[in-house]
Design a protein around this ligand. Structure first.
Ligand code: GLN
Length: 201
């Protein structure tokens, strides 16, 4: 059986939670693998896939740019398995805007053909939980949203995996998977199993 190595980008956000749920996903899927926290570009080449946690996208994106990780991802053109959650979605997107500031021009990898709007749910809906319908993982999934973005525009090659009130909150394009919510903050490993089984493959 193939040994799978999944990296979790260790700059900011729910890093340990992603490590925990990815280990759980490997074990529930009956796969042989390991999960590593990575921070350097050189470590990426040894991985079968990378997870980018949420946090603050300008901070994470700046660190990725500085260390050459952003360039590495740009060169993969979406052929390397990456899973971004919340701020992790933002740093993968082609274009980022903010309702107040307009286009943010922050560094992103641009390997996901979407435009995202940061902090979409505004003050009142800053953080909330809601049941989402995600057919590719078999139905209902608890979505944890924390100052979350939404996808306001997507290329035709982008597969929409989930909407909330008509707004796109989970997508896949080639080997890039992204959610506006935080699956690592639930105990449900199905999104991570989907990433490992269907995208890393
Ligand atoms: N609001 C954050 C941003 O725009 C993302 C929040 C999150 O990752 N939970 O970067």
């Amino acid at each position: 059986m193939r040994h799978i190595t999944v990296g979790v980008l260790g700059f900011q956000g729910a890093i340990e939670e992603h490590v925990y749920i990815t280990r759980k996903a490997l074990s529930e899927a009956g796969l042989d693998g390991e999960v590593k926290v990575v921070r350097k570009r050189g470590e990426l080449e040894k991985l079968d896939g990378l997870i980018i946690p949420g946090g603050e996208s300008t901070v994470i994106g700046g660190m990725m740019e500085h260390g050459g990780i952003m360039d590495y991802l740009r060169q993969t053109r979406g052929e390397f398995p990456v899973f971004g959650t919340c701020a992790g979605l933002i740093v993968l997107s082609r274009k980022v805007r903010d309702r107040v500031l307009g286009e943010t021009n922050q560094p992103t990898a641009g390997i996901l053909g979407v435009t995202v709007e940061r902090n979409f749910f505004g003050r009142q809906g800053d953080s909330f939980e809601v049941d989402l319908e995600i057919p590719v993982i078999g139905g209902l999934f608890r979505g944890v949203f924390i100052r979350a973005p939404v996808i306001v525009d997507a290329d035709s090659e982008v597969e929409v995996l989930c909407r909330l009130n008509g707004k796109i909150v989970a997508v896949r394009q080639k080997k890039v998977l992204a959610t506006a919510f935080h699956p690592e903050l639930t105990d449900d490993a199905r999104m991570h199993i989907f990433f490992i089984k269907k995208i890393i493959g």
